[in-house]
Design a protein around this ligand. Structure first.
Ligand code: GLC
Length: 540
């Protein structure tokens, strides 16, 4: 697989990007309208979250038809137009493939419910269940119609897990991918793909809600090789990324190393759990820098050594905004945003920008649970109340952790609803839009810095292709790494705190050239003093 390592991906949550029909929901034509803006930013590949027909219980990750467009978002003609206009701008789409489960509204599940044996074997039905917990709360099994059986759903009960042990299911999935390939799509993001492999005999396991019993099962690698061969592997420059839930470095090397013929790269989430207390999401605690630093180093070193490839990201549609989690935004919004950007864009892997990140968008300040739409947030709120958290604390936790934090409409300008829609938006706009919006921020430091980072990756092979080596592992404040390529070296230093910090760099870098900094007057000296959230890159 020879995907282009110079490419940068921009993630669009279509529902919240730009509404052109006045129904309060973003649509495909809205994306077309904003292509010039994305071109200006300089991104190459646009990952679109699911826009297929779906009852929207989980905002499209509950797919009812894999080969059509949800009328909420437009038509197949709109889609084809989007592909061809994007091409004119030298941009390509990456589609989201949700192949681990489908909506219980899908005709496969409906036929199964009506007693069709062929389709019953598309799902995971058991008379005796396990103790596995759904990732959205509650047991992962629900009653299958009026039968003695239960069906497995690792997510919401309307998202039934598909039975990949059945070769017909695997064939169906290949057909889905090839349907979109025939429309000219070469890049794919595979939703929770490391959960597709399930054993014949499923075992209870109270540890970690049963995760070990269905995550990264060895058979998953076989399924991916098969999918690769039958579909995207036939496109030499295909860029694929697997979303890997609770995974390991060892497995991610296998998923992404070119010799495996599985995927081009992997998303893992360990670095976004460093502000979880005891590994639990619905808690409130400060982020642990040492843990973050160690995770980045462990993954960076190991993937570099074994030729694996990481997708690099701080934000996506499932995470609160990184600025709210890691940065003192009150005093250092711009410095913090640019430091976070440099810390991944100069690293080894493919960077992903989540819509709005390039203008420093923030979590909304909602004041009532009814402002949230996400099913996971509502389940978590109820769950916290049932554990006798008082309402204020439960709400405070939801507010910090809800996935809706990143799903609020894109902020285009200071007009009503941030220029996203003329109707009532499906999810409220964040109140910061009069100051944080594209029109106003396009000439600001954050946007320009992103432009610069994207361009640097194109211009310098050391950024796109260099190796990764951890540096200053003992520092309590600086996340640093060294890249190396064909005799060149690049040292990247990132101060993760809102206070000045000192570091002594190796002599070889003192005569180096300052490649990039998020402060205007950075200077290279052996004893370096990094200002709040200062990020500098030195090349020799
Ligand atoms: C992934 C998606 C998330 C979705 C889940 C179930 O984690 O990113 O949004 O809810 O899979 O499909």
């Amino acid at each position: 697989m020879t995907f282009d390592k110079k490419k940068v991906v921009y993630q669009i949550y279509p529902k919240s990007f730009k509404d052109t029909t006045g129904n309060g929901i973003g649509d495909l034509n809205g994306i077309i309208e904003k292509l010039p803006y994305l071109k200006e930013l300089g991104v190459d590949v646009l990952w679109l979250n699911p826009f297929y027909p779906s009852p929207q219980r989980d905002n499209g990750y509950d797919v009812a038809d894999y080969k059509a467009i949800n009328p909420l978002f437009g038509t197949m003609e709109d889609f084809d137009r989007l592909v061809s206009i994007a091409k004119k701008y030298h941009m390509e789409l990456m589609l989201d493939m949700v192949l681990n489960h489908c909506s219980t509204d899908h005709e496969w599940f409906q036929k199964a419910l009506q007693g069709d044996k062929k389709y019953q074997d598309y799902f995971i039905l058991r008379k005796e269940t396990t103790d596995w917990q759904s990732k959205f709360g509650g047991l992962a099994w629900s009653k299958f119609g009026n039968t003695d059986y239960y069906y497995l759903h690792l997510f919401d009960k309307t998202q039934a897990d598909l039975n990949w042990r059945n070769p017909e299911v695997r064939l169906e999935m290949q057909k889905v991918v090839n349907f979109w390939r025939e429309k000219g799509i070469k890049h794919f993001r595979f939703d929770v793909i490391n959960l597709i492999g399930k054993d014949q005999v499923l075992k209870s396991n109270p540890v970690l809600d049963g995760k070990m019993e269905y995550t990264d099962k060895p058979i998953t690698h076989k399924y991916l090789k098969e999918l690769n061969l039958a579909t995207f592997g036939q496109d030499s420059d295909s860029m694929t990324v697997g979303e890997m839930s609770s995974t390991t470095i060892e497995n991610c090397i296998k998923y992404s190393s070119p010799n495996s013929n599985e995927l081009a790269m992997v998303f893992n989430f360990h670095h976004l759990k460093v502000d979880y207390e005891n590994g639990q999401k619905w808690t409130l605690t400060k982020f642990d820098f040492k843990e973050l630093q160690k995770l980045y180093h462990d993954w960076g070193n190991a993937m570099s050594h074994a030729d694996g490839w990481n997708a690099l990201f701080w934000n996506n549609h499932d995470q609160p905004r990184a600025l709210n989690r890691f940065i003192n935004i009150k005093d250092f919004h711009e410095e913090g945003a640019t430091m976070l950007a440099a810390s991944i864009h100069l690293s080894r892997g493919t960077p992903y920008i989540y819509m709005g990140e390039e203008i420093g968008m923030l979590d909304p300040n909602f004041d009532d649970i009814s402002d949230y739409v996400d099913v996971e947030s509502h389940n978590a709120f109820e769950n916290l109340l049932s554990k006798e958290y008082n309402k204020d604390l439960a709400f405070k936790i939801i507010k910090a952790k809800s996935r809706d934090n990143s799903r609020t409409p894109m902020q285009w300008d200071e007009s009503e609803n941030a220029g996203f829609t003329t109707a009532t938006p499906w999810l409220k706009v964040a109140e910061t839009y009069p100051t944080i919006n594209v029109e106003r921020c396009k000439n600001n430091k954050i946007f320009k810095f992103y432009q610069q980072l994207i361009k640097l990756r194109k211009d310098l092979d050391i950024i796109s292709h260099g190796s990764y080596k951890s540096k200053f592992e003992n520092s309590d404040t600086v996340y640093a790494f060294e890249r190396e390529y064909q005799g060149q070296k690049l040292l990247v230093l990132n101060n993760f705190f809102d206070k000045e910090t000192n570091i002594e760099i190796d002599s070889e870098f003192t005569d180096g050239k300052l490649l990039l900094s998020n402060y205007e007057d950075s200077k290279i000296t052996k004893q370096l003093s990094l200002r709040p959230y200062e990020s500098i890159a030195i090349i020799i």
